[in-house]
Design a protein around this ligand. Structure first.
Ligand SMILES: *Cc1c(COP(=O)(O)O)cnc(C)c1O
Length: 475
């Protein structure tokens, strides 16, 4: 094992876990990192030390208590994690919460889409909403959550925050660039603490607007802004348990597994990496990209360069920049915050990330990247359906295709299935001629009235809209 993956190099955090920014600033405890989102120096919060998984204590647990145990070293013992996890996962439509489905010898799909909005983001965001509420109630505070979404984050965040007393939530989505199901899951939630803004631009424009709002100190303070995008450390922490649960179901820690993850922002696959860093025996980590392939280009040729975002059949991975990569970069640079800050400043300036050769080589040995285009995505959905009868959504299909290029006969391959096929009915129908039905809880989605506001890609206008909404909601 190399230095980055050897478990127990750093002592497990004693008592409450502490955090720091990838760019050097000291962070506080879990609650302040949860509420803060992005670090004040523009970096991302990371734990001071990686805890070790205690496998004997996890064996035989159901998903919610397992998740609470895996997350606890990051959160400290003061939070009622067992109760919050039980609450978060109670509404999932499958008794196993995250069931494994076998497609072939050595090939498994980890279904992460049985939550209320049918995508894997429910696993982290449902817990986040409850954590926020708990911490804010204790402090007697309120916050405004502002986020950008390419589809699934927004609906899962809104679902997690709707009606919560201490939270107002404003979500920006790129107008006309999210699927109708995704848009309706956001815009049909009629709660006074929810604002949907449809921005004339792409997802990166939305993300840039959110970053700019956070960078405006006066605005940030006045509204008590907080983030739920995958830059929030608590989200990464909440995505680690399902990798642990799946690997243990197939024999970990006695047997190693591989994972293939469809990713854009590098959030979900970073959580898999974190599980490995904590001692989960993982062989290969497959990073699956669509045509927006910045990660695949980086892993193949150390080409981490920004390109225009192109719409694809897997819109939740349509990104130009993988925000969470900074956390891996920090580790690859041996936790040198100054060097990390330098690389990130160059990248922001020139659009190309100069990752030092040894760090890139280490990344390329840890991760296997693969990209496929839309035609290959359709072909993969067709192929899998023909071979096993399984109906995969386009994101899952991207990972299934990538997994085939990296499978090893000595380890089971687990593919993260990140969305229910009914979220992307047009692509599924095009591939296999079957239009997947929405589950009963969402059956009337197309009949519910929508509520959203269209805004130009303009910071001042967006800030005005968010301010008016937050004042109304908190007043
Ligand atoms: C968000 C999302 C992804 C990508 O997740 P990352 O945070 O970029 O790793 C993949 N598939 C679906 C369905 C998603 O909603």
């Amino acid at each position: 094992m190399d230095e980055l993956t050897a478990p127990g190099l750093l002592p497990a955090a004693a008592g409450a876990a502490r955090y720091r920014s990838t760019r050097g600033a000291a962070g506080g405890d879990f609650a302040s990192v949860l509420l803060g989102g992005l670090a004040p120096d523009g970096g991302l919060y990371v734990p001071e030390a990686w805890p070790k998984l205690e496998f004997p204590a996890l064996a035989g647990l159901r998903y919610a208590p397992l998740a609470a145990r895996v997350i606890e070293p990051f959160a400290g013992e003061d939070l009622p994690l067992a109760r919050l996890c039980a609450d978060s996962y109670a509404g999932f439509a499958h008794p196993a919460t995250v069931p494994l489905v076998q497609l072939d010898t050595g090939l498994f799909v980890l279904e992460l889409f049985h939550g209320p909005t049918l995508a894997f983001k429910d696993l982290a965001l449902g817990l986040l909403g409850r954590l926020f509420d708990h911490v804010l109630a204790e402090r007697g505070e309120r916050i405004t959550i502002v986020g950008a979404t390419s589809g699934d984050t927004g609906s899962a965040a809104i679902e997690a925050c709707r009606g919560r007393e201490r939270i107002a939530i404003a979500i920006l989505h790129p107008r006309g660039r999210v699927s109708e199901v995704q848009r309706r899951q956001m815009t049909t939630v009629r709660a006074p603490n929810v604002l949907n803004l449809a921005v004339e631009g792409d997802f990166d424009d939305c993300q840039a607007l959110v970053k700019a709002m956070f960078a405006d100190a006066a605005f940030r303070e006045r509204l008590r802004l907080s983030a739920v995008n995958s830059i929030n450390w608590a989200r990464i922490a909440a995505q680690i348990p399902y990798y642990v649960a799946a690997a243990m179901a197939l024999g970990a820690p006695g047997r190693a597994v591989d994972f293939a993850v469809p990713t854009g922002n590098f959030g979900n696959v970073l959580a898999a990496w974190a599980a490995r860093r904590m001692g989960l025996p993982v062989g290969r980590l497959v990073v699956a990209s669509n045509r927006n392939d910045i990660l695949a280009r980086f892993l193949a040729a150390n080409d981490m360069s920004r390109r225009p975002v192109e719409p694809s059949l897997s819109p939740s991975m349509d990104i130009g920049v993988s925000s969470n990569f900074e956390r891996l970069l920090f580790e690859l640079l041996r936790r040198d915050a100054e060097a990390t800050a330098r690389v990130m400043a160059d990248f922001a300036h020139g659009g190309r990330m100069a990752v030092p050769q040894p760090a890139w080589m280490e990344a390329a040995s840890l991760f296997h990247g693969h990209r496929i285009d839309d035609a290959e995505t359709i072909e993969e959905m067709r192929r899998v359906h023909r071979a096993s009868g399984y109906v995969a959504d386009p994101h899952t299909a991207v990972a299934l295709a990538a997994a085939r290029t990296a499978a090893s006969p000595s380890r089971p391959m687990i593919v993260a299935a990140t969305a229910h096929p009914a979220k992307f009915p047009d692509a599924v129908e095009r591939a296999i001629g079957i239009r997947p039905a929405l589950p009963p809880a969402l059956a009337d989605l197309y009949d519910r009235p929508e509520d959203y506001r269209a805004v130009p890609n303009d910071l001042a206008e967006v800030q005005r809209a968010v301010l008016a909404f937050a004042s109304r909601n908190n007043g």
